[in-house]
Ligand binder design. Structure first.
Ligand SMILES: [Fe+2]
Length: 222
């Protein structure tokens, strides 16, 4: 997967295993340790890829508190935690959880909202999340039509209307849901603009990992 990422033009990658799920969790120190070993292997195999610690956190009411006490981790220790939710829901509990994370001083990045059924049914929820100060991340696969027509339509509308802060791989393996990013870069540059591709795949990701402020222009609201 690391080789594949590098061959597709990726230079840095936030490692974001699923966390805060009943069947899967990581202790932050052991995650940091494992990523350290992964870094050593990249060096050994001469794969020029920078790795950053992260988690894809299943949002819960105690997420803000757990981030503060250090049992959950943001992206590279920044103010930006990557937070996902179940695909079904009504958006209300999710909004309350995001609000509570913001109150702890973090700026949550909502993982792949275009895949949530309640967002597909009512994208106006994205107005609320953006106004609250959340950032929205889209999956590469959604833009390429790999998660169905509805996710694709919402993902394209989000880029078109200025709702997306980041496009990411959501990589799970080297066969399916891979870290290959060249195709989505081309697609964003061609269907939208080269500066859109750069902003969503390079500038904003860099600002997140450096813990710098991200300013979103007022979008074309849903
Ligand atoms: Fe996810």
């Amino acid at each position: 997967m690391a080789r594949m990422a590098v061959e597709s033009g990726v230079t840095a990658l936030a490692v974001t295993p699923h966390c805060n799920m009943r069947y899967r969790n990581f202790h932050v120190p052991s995650l940091v340790h494992r990523i350290g070993r992964f870094r050593e292997m990249l060096y050994q195999f001469q794969i020029p890829l920078k790795l950053y610690t992260g988690m894809e956190i299943m949002g819960s009411y105690d997420t803000g508190e757990r981030l503060r006490e250090g049992t959950l981790a943001t992206l590279n220790g920044s103010r930006y935690p990557l937070v996902e939710f179940h695909f079904t829901g009504n958006g209300q509990e999710e909004t309350e959880i995001l609000d509570s994370i913001l109150r702890f001083g973090y700026r949550p990045i909502v993982a792949h909202p275009e895949r949530y059924l309640y967002v597909q049914e009512d994208p106006e929820l994205l107005n609320t999340w953006l106004e609250m100060g959340c950032l929205l991340q889209i999956n590469r696969g959604s833009l390429l039509g790999r998660f169905g027509q509805r996710a694709s339509v919402v993902a394209h509308a989000m880029v078109d209307r200025g709702f997306a802060a980041v496009v990411a791989s959501d990589a799970h393996s080297h066969i399916q849901r891979t870290p290959w990013m060249a195709d989505v870069w081309e697609m964003l540059a061609g269907d939208f603009s080269p500066s859109t591709a750069r902003r969503l795949l390079e500038e904003h990701p860099r600002r997140i990992l450096l813990d710098q402020e991200i300013h979103m222009e007022s979008p074309d609201w849903f």
